[in-house]
Design a protein around this ligand. Structure first.
Ligand code: ADP
Ligand code: MG
Length: 366
């Protein structure tokens, strides 16, 4: 696990146009265009970058792109999924250890921070990092030195850190789960990746891009979307964001028989989103409170698991989720969302700030 959570990008090809570094990131929406400009500005610096966004919105892709456009491009890109590392291993994985530091430490070993020397360290799901590790990490970032577990020597490292999380870090700070000093140290340049449902204009573009890639890979060149498939793809809410769209298209390409991708080739969730009770889609919302109709039980287990999880939520978590859902339903239009919620716009803005929620367009719009 520890090792498979670590990956290295290939070295960039020399001599290609600089645009080739963006080749794999698709986005025509204003929000994505602004992000590309920001990436272009921040990449050549050594600033720490904090990437925020739901799972599947492209945080890792952007992190790699920043690395490839930096002066560190020929150095390593070391990605660590903090959430995937057991708490008992995370410190030794990140900081390394000296022989004899603990049972089983039979030789000196460098950690992932040292492995990223002269390159970029991507700390994915940083919001899941244990507090004691946060303290060590902050010390390393401030001194540019690593001390391996059980070792007295300080080793100088030259590492640029890019961190990402789907969590609301100010909220985690307020709850005492994330160190405020580390938050400020990481939050030098913040990039907020919008969910796919907040930039629906990108769905078609991404769908064509993934179709071309998947059909070439699977050996079915020339596949196209039928009108019904396009309508379904463009109408869906994508709780799993770009990753879900990408997987849906690969699925469709694999099962498609003729020259067209038909509605029936799409995954069930997109074909009939009403069956999905994740609570995140307007369709699910419309369904809320009504017992499932006969034959609509394929996602009963998922729905029950969701309801079980919700039963442990605080009132604030329920309120936050509801506000997010209403905003998504009104496509980020704060006036319409406030009206539905029975709040003044000012109160809605205060709550958005309080919960660290963002909406397309920012204040002044809608
Ligand atoms: N703008 C984009 N253009 C092309 N592919 C994208 C884009 N955003 C995400 N992807 C693809 O979607 C998948 C999920 O992206 P990833 O960066 O892993 O998301 P996250 O780290 O936010 O969970 C990856 O396969 C990635 O290549
Ligand atoms: Mg990720």
């Amino acid at each position: 696990m520890a090792i498979s959570s670590r990956t290295t990008t290939p070295r960039p090809k020399q001599g290609g146009p600089p645009d080739s570094l963006y080749r794999d990131i698709v986005g025509a929406s204003g929000r994505m265009q602004r992000i590309f400009r920001l990436v272009g500005k921040v990449a050549p610096t050594d600033s720490t970058v904090l990437l925020l966004g739901e799972s599947g919105t492209g945080k890792e892709l952007i992190a790699r792109s920043i690395h490839l456009r930096s002066r560190r491009a020929s150095g390593p890109f070391v990605a660590v999924n903090v959430a995937a590392l057991p708490e008992s291993l995370i410190d030794s994985e990140l900081f390394g250890y000296a022989r004899g530091a603990f049972t089983g430490a039979t030789a000196d070993r460098a950690g992932l921070i040292e492995a990223a020397d002269h390159g970029t360290l991507f700390l994915d799901e940083i919001g899941d990092m244990p507090i004691s590790t946060q303290v060590r990490l902050l010390r390393t970032l401030e001194s540019s030195e690593v001390r391996r577990l059980g070792d007295n020597a300080q080793r100088v490292v030259d590492v640029r850190v890019i961190a990402a999380t789907h969590r609301d870090l100010p909220w985690e700070v307020a709850e005492g789960r994330f160190r405020e000093d580390l938050y400020h140290r990481l939050n030098v340049v913040q990039i907020d990746l919008p969910s796919l449902r907040e930039r629906r204009e990108d769905i078609g573009l991404l769908a064509s891009y993934f179709l071309e890639r998947a059909s070439a890979r699977v050996g079915k060149p020339g596949l196209a979307f039928s009108t019904e498939a396009t309508q379904l793809l463009e109408g869906y809410d994508y709780p799993g964001n770009v990753r879900e769209l990408e997987n849906a298209i690969e699925h469709a390409v694999v099962v498609a028989d003729g020259p067209r991708i038909r509605a029936a080739d799409l995954p069930a969730a997109i074909r009939s989103p009403r069956l999905l009770a994740t609570g995140a889609t307007p369709a699910a919302e419309a369904q809320r409170g009504r017992p499932p109709e006969a034959g609509q039980r394929s996602d009963g287990a998922a729905s029950r698991a969701y309801e079980d999880a919700r039963a442990t939520w605080s009132l604030a978590e329920v309120e936050k989720e509801h506000i997010q859902r209403v905003l998504a339903r009104h496509r980020g239009n704060a006036t319409a969302a406030a009206r539905q919620l029975g709040l003044s716009r000012t109160t809605l803005w205060r709550k958005l700030r309080e919960y660290g929620l963002k909406r397309a367009g920012g204040p002044g719009g809608a």
